[in-house]
Design a protein around this ligand. Structure first.
Ligand SMILES: Cc1cc2nc3c(=O)[nH]c(=O)nc-3n(C[C@H](O)[C@H](O)[C@H](O)COP(=O)(O)OP(=O)(O)OC[C@H]3O[C@@H](n4cnc5c(N)ncnc54)[C@H](O)[C@@H]3O)c2cc1C
Length: 474
């Protein structure tokens, strides 16, 4: 019998990454408004990729007496889309990351094939041929030597990381690795390339990120080098349908299974040697032998859930040490296209004197051929800044940048939209980044359960979740 397993939950998080998407296409049962008192075997907190996968794992092991408590009115968590300019854009996870490798197939990719997910190969290398600065397009020959130096530094840092791992040598930051090569980004183009190679993935700068645990990208190492950008009118979250259908009662695409409980904000978890009692904001109480918490690291860092007794120092210490990074996609719709539309122009780099200032632009011409859509990604401090200002203020800033890139005569955007993941109480950020200073041992503490039963659950869980990208923990 166990107490709670906060940690199993953390494990699930690992998986999260993998996971993927979720939309409300799989429309769900109505919110359970009434307070209730239920006794079950296992409580799963959160119905994002990790919670959905955890329930599937339990069901596969013959554990069918469980409930899933989800705070929002939908499943999918950080796999979520929104209406934009007459289409659907993904606010959270957008790529299936890690495809076409010689080894195991990314399980998200398997699900994507199963639901015939509409996705597009991303040729990221194009970005270095499409560099702009405040003067407009930078001729390829002008940027070539800078790009070459940055590429060499990137390769060196990747090799260094492998050597550190193989030699069982202490971790260093990405930035320290760059310095061993002698790469000190100073010019606008160097900083843009630096941001593109690191921050675009980890959502934090090289000085903050663990080298050994983020480079090379574990998802690519395990599953393959390719990434596919999802643009499906059903939403990326549709990939979860086969999982849900395998263990929940459905009426067509609608979940009609009382084990999935939406609108249940867990605010207290009491655990003893004999079981767990979980309370929700609407006054409901759930009792079980174990609980699996899949809320993000950001949520666990907040005071949304009160653990009683409080989680031990070793657990809270690593929860607090991991960074919940902020990554924001700013979508723009225009009356017409003014950016290059030829093959190989999908990604464009804008090199500003201020590092990370509207650096990566991506056109959505392939995905939405009848529209004129483009988006720009910001992370970390720039993300937090735009999240605190109005859409209009951000629109003003991006138009200034676009006019520098493409000239004064471009049209004004019709629409702008982005989602503030940091303020979302059930996410508290976009995804976690492995910071320098957190050891593999501490990471395992994050995953570990607090009792024997929990450890058992954790292990069974792990098998299914092993495809999750290890660099994003939550
Ligand atoms: C902007 C952005 C871009 C991303 N890009 C990619 C990408 O391209 N490719 C990729 O693979 N991944 C990407 N990710 C990461 C990916 O979305 C996540 O790793 C994954 O969805 C996490 O799944 P999860 O189930 O672990 O967590 P979540 O999706 O956060 O699920 C946790 C669930 O728990 C619920 N919850 C939280 N607190 C409570 C509570 N107190 N009570 C009840 N329920 C609660 C939440 O509502 C949520 O539904 C991105 C994420 C973001 C935000």
């Amino acid at each position: 019998m166990c107490r709670l397993s906060t940690l199993s939950a953390n494990m699930a998080r690992l998986s999260s990454l993998v996971a993927a998407a979720f939309v409300s296409v799989v429309s769900l049962m109505a919110l359970q408004a009434a307070a209730e008192m239920i006794t079950t075997d296992v409580i799963i907190i959160g119905a994002g990729a990790s919670g959905i996968t955890a329930a599937k794992t339990l069901a596969d092991q013959g554990v069918t007496d469980f409930v899933m408590l989800e705070a929002t009115d939908r499943v999918g968590g950080r796999v979520r889309n929104a209406d934009f300019a007459g289409g659907k854009v993904e606010l959270g996870a957008n790529w299936v990351e890690g495809v076409n490798g010689p080894g195991p197939v990314n399980p998200v990719w398997t699900l994507a094939q199963e639901v015939n997910l509409r996705s597009f190969y991303s040729f990221f290398d194009n970005g270095t041929s499409n560099i702009y600065d405040e003067r407009g397009f930078v001729p390829i020959e002008e940027a070539a030597s800078t790009v070459e130096a940055a590429d060499k530094a990137f390769e060196f840092v990747g090799e260094l990381s492998k050597n550190l791992t193989e030699g069982n040598i202490e971790d260093i930051s990405q930035q320290t690795g760059q310095r061993f090569f002698g790469f000190y980004p100073k010019t606008a183009i160097e900083m843009a390339l630096d941001w593109w190679y690191y921050d675009f993935t980890t959502a934090e700068p090289p000085r903050a990120s663990s080298l050994k645990n983020t480079v090379p990208l574990p998802t690519e190492e395990i599953f393959g080098p390719d990434h596919y950008f999802v643009a499906d009118p059903r939403g990326y979250a549709v990939v979860f349908q086969p999982l849900l259908k395998s263990y929940l009662k459905m009426d067509g695409e609608t979940v009609v299974d009382s084990r999935l409980k939406l609108g249940k904000v867990v605010n207290k978890i009491e655990y003893t040697d004999t079981g767990v009692v979980v309370s929700t904001a609407d006054g409901s109480v759930y009792k079980a032998k174990a609980a699996i918490v899949t809320a993000s690291i950001g949520v666990l860092q907040s005071n949304l859930i009160n653990f009683s007794p409080g989680l031990p120092f070793w657990k809270m210490s690593v929860i607090y040490q991991f960074d919940m990074a902020v990554y924001t996609k700013i979508f723009l719709s225009f009356p017409s296209k003014f950016w290059p539309t030829h093959p190989g122009s999908e990604f464009m780099l804008y090199a500003d004197e201020s590092r990370g200032y509207y650096t990566i632009w991506q056109s959505l011409d392939k995905q939405f051929p009848d529209k004129s859509l483009i988006f720009v990604t910001v992370t970390d401090e720039q993300s937090k800044r735009v999240n605190q200002q109005s859409f209009n203020d951000t629109l003003g800033e991006v138009m200034v940048v676009l006019r520098k890139m493409f000239g004064e005569n471009i049209p004004m955007a019709d629409e702008i939209y982005y989602y503030d993941w940091q303020s979302d109480p059930y996410a508290k950020g976009s995804y976690s980044n492995w910071p320098i200073g957190v050891s593999t041992f501490e990471f395992k503490q994050l995953q570990a359960g607090t009792c024997r039963t929990c450890l058992f659950l954790w292990r069974t869980h792990k098998r299914t979740l092993q495809w999750l990208s290890p660099w994003r923990v939550a």
